[in-house]
Design a protein around this ligand. Structure first.
Ligand code: TXE
Length: 455
């Protein structure tokens, strides 16, 4: 492999699935140029014409839904059913935004003939991570296009293949330049973030990268939508259905092998239910959440060896500081970057599993004397994506309102209603980004006040 190529690795085998360019300023320059050129025509189209293009895009992608899911399942190490669900939801987003960006949204009347016009920013850069390659890309891309932006899309260098295939398919129905794909790692991402012709940028990724993109955006006085790292807490109260709580936490900690920004990474459980909770969580880890290589197992591999090493080092640090491994904790023999669902107890707050993003299937369980102690310890962390509360007490829910987080899930996890809107706390991000509809479009279009001054 030469320096200007990156080898992409299949997480189930460790073997190469091919090479992509490492990225260059020159390639970014061409992509931004093309998207910039396409912007004038695309943004001037009548809304119904742009919406029809989005419907055509959904139809074209849907014709390849199984192929795209197979690619996603292989590259990101997902169970095929999960990959299919994600790909289908990703494609649906094109249909959604074909309807959401209405003429009424784009020109919002005020009294006396004045109005707010929503206008596109111009070229939008879309930098995507590897944990949900198409789902995260298409959370943003159709909505960006729907209001008239053109997009330069950079997938993660660790999972580029579904983006490459989807872009080929989209290119058969969308005008040239409306979506440009650039490949590579930071060697593509950095020049893209620094390009003054990029008028809006979205990054879902690590906090370190987010700070760099934010700095470049500050210099260019350009909005940046940053969805970054997390260290989400779940607090489990006394008097709850412990079986339900254990199932919910297993799902929150082990889904996608823990590689979700809103994974539950810190678990605070009330002493009154702690023993039963730990036992039931352990059963979940060794049952439903055993490795997919076991019969009935649902846990796929970590994305690659680098990520597995991070997870392993966090477990080793916890054990060195006195934690006990109830189950898991040791990498299995055999190919692929698998790591088992792991339950840790005797946890203290200075351990790496409680302070740094682990991004793996690790459930560190800290026992607390009361819900308020859980809230206090949950609040000590500098990340602030989301928090989950398992409780039947309104007083406990009220006590948790001090948490500096963008989302609070109560007796649930990972639900997103249409119209949901959140701004991350702490070092977890910047910019209020809605899930769908108007609350999303507000983040990717600029308001312009138009007054006829006729009063
Ligand atoms: O992220 P990066 P990585 C966390 C998670 C993980 C860690 C590192 O803890 O272990 O971040 O993952 C592009 N300018 N999350 O290394 O590097 C990069 O090519 C512009 C949380 O994959 O931030 C990729 O497309 N772009 C997260 C994207 O940024 C740059 C999901 C994210 O990569 C760049 C993923 C640069 N200088 C990881 N350098 C979440 N919130 O879900 C890299 N990139």
């Amino acid at each position: 492999m030469s320096d200007d190529q990156i080898t992409v690795v299949d997480p189930r085998t460790g073997a190469s699935s091919g090479e992509i360019p490492a990225g260059s300023r020159a390639a970014v320059d061409v992509a931004v140029e093309e998207a910039d050129r396409a912007f004038a025509t695309w943004s001037a189209l009548p809304q119904r014409v742009r919406s029809q293009f989005l419907r055509d895009a959904a139809g074209a992608l849907r014709g390849h839904r199984e192929e795209l899911a197979a690619i996603e399942s292989r590259d990101a190490g997902k169970l095929i059913d999960d990959a299919q669900g994600e790909v289908d939801a990703a494609i649906d987003s094109f249909d959604h935004f074909a309807e959401a960006a209405t003429d009424e949204y784009l020109e919002q009347p005020l009294p006396d003939g004045d109005l707010i016009r929503r206008r596109p920013f111009g070229v939008a850069a879309l930098i995507v991570p590897w944990n949900f390659p198409l789902l995260i890309a298409f959370r943003f891309l159709p909505g960006m296009l729907s209001v008239g932006n053109t997009v330069v899309w950079k997938p993660s260098e660790r999972t580029p293949w579904s983006a490459i295939r989807a872009h080929e398919i989209l290119s058969t129905v969308l005008p040239a330049g409306v979506i440009e794909l650039v490949l590579g790692d930071g060697r593509a991402g950095k020049p893209l973030a620094e390009d003054p012709r990029v008028k809006l940028i979205s990054l879902t990724g690590s906090t370190g990268t987010g700070i760099q993109v934010g700095e470049a955006s500050g210099r260019l006085l350009r909005p940046a939508l940053l969805e970054l790292g997390g260290k989400d807490a779940v607090i489990i109260d006394q008097g709850v259905d412990v079986e339900f709580a254990a199932r919910l936490v297993a799902e929150g900690a082990f889904s996608n092998a823990g590689q979700i920004c809103t994974s539950m990474e810190r678990i605070f459980v009330h002493r009154a239910v702690a023993d039963e909770f730990i036992e039931r969580l352990t059963n979940e880890a060794t049952g439903r959440w055993s490795l997919e290589t076991q019969p009935g197992g649902h846990l796929g591999p970590m994305i690659d060896e680098r990520q597995r090493s991070v997870v392993e080092s966090h477990v080793a640090d916890a054990v060195a500081r006195g934690a006990r491994v109830v189950t898991g904790g040791v990498r299995p023999d055999g190919p692929g970057s698998y790591f088992p669902a792991t339950v840790l107890v005797d946890i203290t707050d200075e351990m790496l599993v409680m302070t740094a993003e682990t991004f793996g299937p690790i459930a560190p369980v800290a026992v607390v004397d009361n819900f308020e102690e859980g809230v206090r310890r949950a609040a000590s962390e500098e990340y602030g994506l989301a928090a989950t509360l398992v409780t039947t007490s309104e007083a406990s829910i009220a006590a948790a309102s001090v948490l500096d987080v963008g989302i609070v899930w109560i007796n649930s996890w990972h639900g997103y209603a249409e119209g949901a809107l959140h701004e991350a706390g702490g070092r977890s991000g910047l910019g209020a980004i809605g899930w769908k509809g108007k609350s999303f479009l507000d983040a990717v279009s600029a308001p312009q006040f138009v007054s006829r001054g006729g009063r």
